[in-house]
Design a protein around this ligand. Structure first.
Ligand code: AMP
Ligand code: ZN
Ligand code: ZN
Length: 315
């Protein structure tokens, strides 16, 4: 397609945005993107969410989140810092932390670090134990559980009331479809852009839920941010049915731009409000004291098992 003119200023454009049916120059793309995130914020988030942590992995999504949301929080006078979770992935964790630190410094923000090592193990141990088939669950699924736990625990212990993550529209569509396929409809309520805190669970927010992965990529490029180049060395292929379903929606979206946004919006605004809560009440983990659906909680059970396996190796 020949390069067009920016819809706003008429100068030579750089970004073709199919779902807006518009070309934008660099500056006006940045403006367009920030406005999109701002609209999500104004519609779903409390005006004063309290002290906020922005969880940044160094990938394109959470780096885009960092810049766009920090701008909003700054304007609103909401105190905020960056959270990095050091999972102890050889090479990768250090490279990621360097990138996260670089971006945070550019914005004048503090980076706080939650270390898995402080709980007696690292993701490297998990990887080894999974490969040796002494733990039977995919590494990425264990890692996801660990991140959710550490994010919440760090935020709670340090007096934050909200944690923001960079989950994007691609994640949103994948999760929606897999919940529909598996019939775990109640899981969809987790997909609200803002989920209130409760007891020792701090509020969670996903301001990029209606934002395509590619939009985030363009944004970080346009603002000259740095992102992590490497992929996680422990990453295995995603579960294929879910990925294929998601890809199917995005291939229809290519022909009908904006379809995925519409689907996500209707899921959040029309479908989720009709879902009855599962009625399952949370109990308290007797080991760590955090709310959980099981006792001990998933994290404490894993921690105990890893400690046992590691000490039996030493013998
Ligand atoms: P993922 O689980 O890798 O899809 O990541 C989802 C979101 O979790 C990212 O957009 C980040 O906001 C956050 N996140 C993932 N890994 C880290 C990390 N190592 N440190 C801080 N935040 C992270
Ligand atoms: Zn322009
Ligand atoms: Zn626990």
């Amino acid at each position: 397609m020949p390069r067009g003119k920016c819809r706003v200023c008429g100068r030579e454009a750089e970004y073709w945005v199919p779902w807006a049916n518009a070309w934008f120059c660099r500056d006006h793309y940045i403006e367009y993107y920030n406005r999109r995130i701002r609209r999500v914020w104004d519609k779903y988030f409390p005006d004063d969410p309290g002290d906020t942590l922005i969880a940044v992995s160094g990938g394109k999504d959470s780096v885009a989140l960092l810049y766009s949301v920090s701008k909003i929080l700054m304007e609103k006078g909401v105190r905020h810092s960056v959270l990095f979770i050091d999972l102890g992935i050889p090479g990768y964790s250090d490279e990621s932390l360097e990138i996260v630190g670089w971006n945070a410094e550019r914005l004048g923000l503090n980076v706080e670090i939650a270390r898995l090592r402080d709980y007696g193990f690292t993701l490297r141990d998990i990887y080894r134990l999974v490969r040796a088939r002494r733990i039977r669950r995919p590494v990425c699924s264990i890692c996801g559980m660990i991140k959710r736990y550490l994010m919440n625990r760090y935020a709670y212990e340090h007096g934050y009331s909200l944690v923001l993550t960079g989950h994007n529209l691609d994640d949103m569509i994948g999760f929606t479809l897999s919940s529909l396929v598996s019939g775990r409809i109640e899981d969809l309520v987790k997909l609200r852009p803002y989920v209130e805190g409760y007891d020792k669970l701090v509020a969670k927010g996903k301001p990029l839920l209606f934002t395509y992965g590619v939009e985030n990529k363009w944004y970080v490029e346009a603002i000259g941010a740095r992102i992590v180049g490497a992929t996680c060395p422990f990453r295995t292929g995603e579960s294929s049915v879910n990925t294929e379903l998601r890809d199917a929606v995005f291939s229809v979206d290519e022909k009908h731009p904006g379809l995925a946004i519409l689907m996500a919006r209707n899921t959040v605004d029309k479908l989720i409000p009709r879902i009855k809560p599962s009625g399952q009440t949370l109990i308290r983990c007797s080991v760590c004291g955090y709310p959980s659906s099981s006792d001990p909680c998933g994290f404490c059970r894993l921690r105990e098992r890893v400690a046992r396996l590691l000490s039996s190796e030493k013998k």
